[in-house]
Structures are given as structure tokens and as C-alpha cells.
Design a protein around this ligand. Structure first.
Ligand code: UDP
Ligand code: MG
Length: 310
């Protein structure tokens, strides 16, 4: 089989209602680049009609390939699975819920062609999401921008296209706690941003990343690409020491001056405060230990049930 020029990797979890539109819009967008492309839909253990619909769409469009995973591994793992399967000279990552418009793919490709850049990544200028999600996502990006020291970290997601050189580097990063936009920025090379406005999900479909999963992803990002958690411990420890040194001096001076000192309740409170802060910090250190443990277990990120191609 000839190597396709462009591959698009799309993780999909329970999106049965969107499959036909998704495939049609992708095919139309990619056809403007070249007839030589492949669309790799990674079925991340969907429980609805996603897989049968994808396979039905494949009958009409053999350039659509379906990588079905053995269970739901989460969308960062699903992307990684699809990227391993991708054969294209240029490989794109795109969410399957049409929040990332496929029509942007030709623009990304134009920035990469003739070896002009290695990575083109979508940067969201605004997003259509419910306000609760927006507030959380914006706060995360604010913190991440300040603490990660990654250049291409502001308001970016997975939507992007990489050439082979960048993809090889990207796939050589084998850590298990994966925050893909961070890893993609980490590899360097010549990166260029493509501003876009993130569409709303099509009517009637719900996000498949629950708040819990979004929070876990934000933690992955912060633990992997910043020293914020450990710095919080360090600086509050230092702050606590200073407060208690000041309190010590106050006690000494008060005693010397014969002033009545604060009573037992303040002692009880400070003990309680110190106790809880130590538990919190043990939790943060425990999280680091757990992450080291998980890396050491070295379990594969995903298992493939079947790859429908050719
Ligand atoms: N997704 C996936 N596995 C999951 C959760 C989500 O493959 O366990 C897919 C989902 O179908 C969608 C993409 O990942 O194509 C992004 O998910 P979602 O829209 O829920 O995330 P958000 O846009 O809120 O970040
Ligand atoms: Mg989405």
C-alpha cells in the first residue's frame, strides 16, 4: 500500500450521532489537500452504535480506518494509539465531536508543506462551551501558562498537525502520565499556531470528558510540566516557619513586658492548622510517589481489539 500524504487521528467515545457528519466533513476537507489520505478513527471502547456506524461508513469510504481498543482508555491514550497506527507523511490530531473544525486541516497542512514548519497547532481564540466548563478551563490555562514554562501552552488543545520528523520525536516520549499538548510543545522544532474559534458541540450531544476526567488531565499537566505542587509545599512551609518565628518573638517580648498571652484556644487552632497542612502535603508528595510508581509499572497505554484497514 502507498503511504498516504495525510493521516488524521480522531479519538471517539460514544459519538454515534456524529459519525456520518464527521466523516463527510473530514473527507471534504482532506480532499482539498490530496486524494491520498487516511482517517483513523480510534473507537475508545464505545458502548453505543459508534463502532457499527464507523464500519458502515468504511464501506463507502475505504480511506476511513477504524482502530478499536479493547476498552475505554481515555482520550489521551486513544490519540496515542491512533498516532502509532498512522502512516501519513503529515499526521493530524482532531477531536471527534466537531468542536475542532476539520476545515482547518488544509490551513495547517499549508503551513507545514515544503518543510516550512514541523508543527501547526490550533490555538483557541474563543470557545463555545457552558460557562462552568469555560471558567474551569480558563483558570487551568492561566495557571498552566504561568507555571509550565512551555512556550506553546496557552489555550491549546490536541488539535494540530505534525510532520514525520516531529511525530517521531513526539512518539519517542513514552511517559504514562500523558498531557499531549504539553508533550507536543516539549519536543520543540518549528511550531506555528493557527488561531481558531472552538465550536460548540453539535446540538444534543454531551461532552464525553467528565469534569472528573478534565480535572485529572489538568493534574497530569501540572504535575508533568510544572513544579507548582511541590513549590506550594515548599513556600507554605517557609511562610509557616516565618509566622511561627514571629509568634515566638511576640511571646518572648510579651513575657518580658508582663503582658497576658493568648490562651489555649489559639494553641489548639495552630495545632489543628499545622496538622491539616501536613496531611495535605503528604497527599501531594504521595501523588508524586504514585506517579513514579505508575511510570515504573510500565503498563501499555492501550490494547487494540482490532484494526480495520485495507
Ligand atoms: N473521547 C475519547 N475517550 C474518552 C473521552 C472522550 O476518545 O474517554 C473523545 C470524544 O469522543 C471526543 C474527544 O475525545 O471526540 C474529546 O472529548 P470531549 O469532547 O468530551 O472533551 P472536551 O471537548 O470537553 O475536552
Ligand atoms: Mg469536545
Amino acid at each position: 500500500m502507498l503511504t498516504p500524504l495525510v493521516s488524521v487521528v480522531i479519538p471517539i467515545y460514544n459519538e454515534e450521532a456524529l459519525i456520518d457528519t464527521l466523516v463527510a466533513r473530514c473527507v471534504a476537507a482532506l480532499a482539498t489537500i490530496s486524494p491520498s489520505f487516511e482517517i483513523i478513527c480510534v473507537d475508545d471502547g464505545s458502548r453505543d452504535q459508534t463502532l457499527p456506524r464507523l464500519l458502515a461508513a468504511r464501506i463507502q469510504e475505504p480511506r476511513l480506518k477504524v482502530l478499536s481498543l479493547s476498552r475505554n482508555f481515555g482520550h489521551q491514550a486513544a490519540y496515542t494509539a491512533g498516532l502509532h497506527a498512522a502512516q501519513g507523511e503529515f499526521v493530524a490530531m482532531m477531536d471527534g465531536d466537531l468542536q475542532d473544525p476539520p476545515e482547518l486541516l488544509p490551513r495547517m497542512w499549508n503551513l507545514l508543506r515544503d518543510d516550512a514548519h514541523d508543527v501547526a497547532y490550533g490555538q483557541r481564540t474563543d470557545r463555545a462551551e457552558d460557562w462552568g466548563r469555560q471558567v474551569l478551563i480558563k483558570s487551568f490555562h492561566g495557571i498552566f501558562r504561568n507555571f509550565s514554562k512551555l512556550k506553546e501552552a496557552d489555550n491549546v488543545g490536541n488539535f494540530s498537525m505534525l510532520n514525520r520528523r516531529a511525530l517521531t520525536a513526539f512518539l519517542s516520549l513514552q511517559e504514562k502520565n500523558r498531557y499531549l499538548p504539553g508533550l507536543r510543545s516539549f519536543i520543540g522544532y518549528r511550531q506555528v499556531s493557527v488561531p481558531y474559534s472552538r465550536d460548540a458541540r453539535p446540538d444534543g450531544t454531551l461532552p464525553k470528558m467528565s469534569y472528573k476526567r478534565l480535572f485529572a488531565l489538568a493534574l497530569d499537566a501540572l504535575f508533568s510540566f510544572s513544579d507548582l505542587p511541590i513549590k506550594v509545599c515548599l513556600y507554605s512551609g517557609l511562610f509557616g516557619m516565618m509566622v511561627f518565628m514571629a509568634a515566638g518573638i511576640y511571646v518572648l517580648i510579651s513575657k518580658a513586658a508582663g503582658v497576658a498571652l493568648l490562651g489555649w484556644s489559639s494553641l489548639g487552632l495552630s495545632l489543628y492548622f499545622l496538622g491539616s497542612i501536613q496531611l495535605l502535603f503528604l497527599g501531594i508528595i504521595g501523588e508524586y510517589v504514585f506517579r513514579i510508581y505508575r511510570e515504573n509499572q510500565n503498563r501499555p497505554l492501550y490494547f487494540v481489539q482490532h484494526y480495520y484497514h485495507d
